[in-house]
Design a binder for this molecule. Structure first.
Ligand SMILES: NC(=O)c1ccc[n+]([C@@H]2O[C@H](COP(=O)([O-])OP(=O)(O)OC[C@H]3O[C@@H](n4cnc5c(N)ncnc54)[C@H](OP(=O)(O)O)[C@@H]3O)[C@@H](O)[C@H]2O)c1
Length: 388
C-alpha cells in the first residue's frame, strides 16, 4: 500500500516534502512563538479602554444542552497585576463542545466546572499592561483565559503568539480543531490510502479538519453531519468522497451505500446512536478512534452511550481512546506542520465569528445544538481599539 507523506503518522512525525515552513522568528525555548518587535515592556497602568471586566460564570447545570440561562454575567473591576504578571485583553474566544460537557457533573477526563466558576476556553488576546519581561505590552497571547474581557496572567499561563498567524488561525487550524485529528492520526491510527475513514460531526470544528487531513493522507473519507446543507458542505467544501445526513430517515441505508467495503477507521466524536449505526458497517479488523461523546454529553443521561458493542466485538475492531492533552510536548511541532499545510493552501479554515462578548452563552448553545459550521469564535474586542 502506498504511504503518502503529506502528513506524518503513527510512529514519528516527518517533515513535509516541498512545503515551506511558516514564517517565524526564533526566540526563547519555543521556536513557534515570538514577540512582536518594537513593543515596550511597560510598568505603568495605561488607559484601559473599558473600566470594567465582564465575566461569565456557571449559574446552574443544564439537563441537556447548556444555554444562556445556565450562565451569569458578572461585572467587576479590571484585575490589578502584580510583579511577574501581565494584563491580557481578550480579543477572541473559541467555543467548543467540551465547554458544554463541563457544565454537567459527570465523570470525565477533565473535571466539571463548579457553580460560580469562570468558564474556561481558548483565547487570543494582547498584553495591555505588563510587569513581566517575558510578556511585554503589545505581545499577542494565546491561552485559556476564558469568558472574560481581561485576565491577569503569568508567563506559564500563555504562549506568546507569532504574528505570522492570525487570531483565527491560532484558535482553529493551529489549535485543538487542527491538532486533535492531526495527533490522533499521527500518534494512534493513520488513515490509509484506499481505506475508508468515517468522521462524525464532520461539519464541526474538529471534524472539518479530520475530513481534510484524512483526504491528505489518501483515505476515502465519508463525513456524517446533521442536515442536507451540512452534508453538502462536507462534500463540496471539505472534499469528502461522500457525506451522509444522520438526521435523514434513510441514514442507515445511506451510510451502507457510502461505505460499500465497510469502515476501516472510525473517527468518533459523538458516540450514541450514530456510533451504533457506524459500528454496524465496521470492516474486519477496523480501528475506532474515540475522540468525543457529544450525543451522550448532550443527553439527559450522559453516562449512557452506545447501546451495542456486538459489531465491535464480532469485527475484531480495536478501540483507541484519544486525549490531545497527552501530547503537549508535540504541540509546537504539530503547529509547524499545520501552519505549513495552511500556507500551502492544502488545509482550509471554516470559521463562524459572532461579535460581542455578551453573546458567548448563546453561541455555545449553537455549537452544542449543531447550529453552526466549522469553528465557532466570538470576537470580544479588537487590537485596533487597544491603547498600546
Ligand atoms: N479527545 C480530544 O482530545 C478532543 C479534543 C477536542 C475536541 N474533542 C471532542 O470532539 C468533539 C467535537 O468537538 P467540537 O468542539 O469540534 O464540536 P463541533 O463538532 O464543532 O460541534 C459539535 C457537533 O456535534 C454534533 N452533534 C450534536 N448533537 C449530536 C447528536 N446527538 N448526535 C450526533 N451529532 C451531534 C453537531 O453537529 P451536527 O449538526 O452535524 O449534528 C454539532 O455541530 C467533542 O466531543 C469534543 O469533546 C476531543
Amino acid at each position: 500500500m502506498i504511504f503518502r507523506e503529506e502528513i506524518c503518522f503513527r510512529t514519528r512525525l516527518k517533515p513535509i516534502p516541498g512545503l515551506p515552513l511558516p514564517v517565524r522568528r526564533f526566540t526563547s525555548a519555543n521556536p513557534f512563538y515570538t514577540v512582536r518587535a518594537g513593543h515596550r515592556h511597560r510598568t505603568e497602568r495605561p488607559a484601559i479602554p473599558s473600566a470594567e471586566n465582564r465575566r461569565f460564570v456557571l449559574r446552574s447545570r443544564p439537563v441537556r444542552l447548556a444555554g444562556p440561562e445556565n450562565f451569569e454575567l458578572q461585572r467587576g473591576p479590571v484585575p490589578e497585576i502584580g510583579d511577574g504578571q501581565a494584563l491580557v485583553r481578550i480579543e477572541m474566544a473559541a467555543l467548543s463542545a467540551w465547554q458544554g460537557m463541563r457544565t454537567k457533573d459527570f465523570k470525565n477526563f477533565i473535571r466539571p466546572f463548579d457553580i460560580g466558576e469562570l468558564i474556561s476556553c481558548d483565547t487570543f488576546g494582547r498584553v495591555v499592561e505588563s510587569r513581566c519581561e517575558a510578556l511585554p505590552a503589545g505581545a499577542a497571547a494565546v491561552g485559556r483565559q476564558g469568558w472574560q474581557d481581561y485576565a491577569a496572567v503569568r508567563p506559564e499561563d500563555v504562549s506568546v503568539a507569532s504574528d505570522a498567524y492570525t487570531a483565527e488561525e491560532w484558535l482553529t487550524a493551529l489549535s485543538s480543531p487542527g491538532q486533535t485529528p492531526y495527533l490522533a492520526f499521527s500518534q494512534k491510527v493513520r488513515p490509509m490510502p484506499g481505506e475508508t475513514l468515517v468522521v462524525t460531526s464532520a461539519a464541526g470544528a474538529v471534524g472539518s479538519y479530520a475530513v481534510q487531513l484524512g483526504k491528505l493522507a489518501g483515505a476515502r473519507v465519508v463525513g456524517i453531519a446533521g442536515g442536507p446543507e451540512k452534508a453538502a458542505f462536507v462534500r463540496g467544501r471539505l472534499g469528502a468522497d461522500a457525506a451522509v445526513d444522520y438526521r435523514a430517515g434513510s441514514f442507515r441505508d445511506d451510510l451502507a451505500a457510502a461505505c460499500p467495503d465497510g469502515v476501516n477507521l472510525y473517527f468518533d466524536t459523538v458516540g450514541g446512536p450514530v456510533a451504533d449505526a457506524v459500528s454496524e458497517r465496521l470492516a474486519l479488523g477496523a480501528d475506532i478512534l474515540l475522540v468525543g461523546r457529544v450525543a451522550a454529553n448532550n443527553s439527559a443521561e450522559p453516562e449512557r452511550d452506545m447501546a451495542n458493542l456486538r459489531h465491535v466485538w464480532s469485527q475484531e475492531a480495536t478501540i483507541h481512546s484519544f486525549n490531545r492533552y497527552a501530547y503537549k510536548d508535540l504541540y509546537p511541532l504539530v503547529i509547524g506542520r499545520l501552519g505549513a499545510l495552511l500556507r500551502a493552501g492544502r488545509l482550509a479554515m471554516h470559521n463562524q465569528v459572532v461579535d460581542g462578548m455578551e453573546r458567548t452563552p448563546a453561541a455555545l448553545h449553537d455549537v452544542l445544538s449543531g447550529n453552526h459550521v466549522g469553528k465557532m469564535l466570538v470576537r470580544y474586542s479588537d487590537s485596533g481599539a487597544s491603547p498600546i
